[in-house]
Write a protein that binds this ligand. Structure first.
Ligand code: 5GP
Length: 203
């Protein structure tokens, strides 16, 4: 049977929604991988170049924009973030589901360029819970936290443009919702060409 291509999955969540923890769980399944983005922001403690992000200067980033290396990019909280084309297509062709962990402006560009992409938005239980989680993380100043909370509220307003919204309150429930979505998506007829052909074989 011909190997199916993987699915491109856009996974957006405002900062502090537990996206990292959710992704760590999802990535235990070897059918999934993430695209490592490029960014001009400085690494946080513990972040590794080439693993969490490709960290680069603004000059390097803009050169790559000029060289058309990005599938999408956006400016977010005074830094640039972008998806490198080289991170995506090879992995999809190997049959992996590739997750793009990106903010909403970039996600909406993907919707236009890759209409087949599956768009999932992760919601916090509430904005006040989001603020509490960001403070607990302790990696940003109060000013940056407030900037991120207002940004989050603006992003959540765009959630209805996604295919699915999953609330991350209890992690196990959010993960179970994610795999339920994937399971249903796999059964959509537009992705079931191989299955239909198998059934018809020797008819
Ligand atoms: P953080 O600085 O917290 O790692 O990320 C800030 C925001 O940038 C998050 O919403 C994250 O999803 C988003 N982001 C990360 N990589 C990309 C990317 O390649 N493109 C876009 N558009 N957003 C990204």
């Amino acid at each position: 049977m011909r190997m199916s291509k993987g699915r491109l999955i856009v996974f957006s969540a405002p900062s502090g929604c537990g996206k990292g923890t959710m992704l760590a769980e999802i990535l235990k399944d070897e059918n999934y991988c993430v695209s490592v983005s490029a960014t001009t922001r400085s690494p946080r403690e513990g972040e590794v170049d080439g693993v969490n992000y490709y960290f680069m200067s603004k000059g390097d980033f803009l050169q790559r924009v000029a060289d058309s290396e990005f599938l999408e990019y956006a400016e977010y909280c005074d830094n640039y973030y972008g998806t490198l084309m080289s991170e995506v297509d090879g992995k999809l062709n190997e049959g992996k589901n590739v997750i793009l962990e990106i903010e909403v402006q970039g996600a909406l560009k993907i919707r236009e360029k890759r209409p087949d992409a599956l768009m999932i938005f992760i919601l916090p239980p509430s904005v006040s819970e989001l603020r509490r989680r960001l403070k607990k993380r302790g990696t940003e100043t109060d000013e940056v936290i407030e900037q991120r909370v207002s940004q989050a509220a603006r992003e959540i307003e765009v959630a209805s443009k996604y295919d699915y919204a999953i609330v991350n309150d209890a992690l196990e429930d959010a993960i179970s919702d994610f795999f339920a979505v994937m399971r249903a998506e796999k059964l959509k007829t537009q992705f079931s060409e191989n299955t239909i052909n198998e059934v018809l074989k020797n008819a």
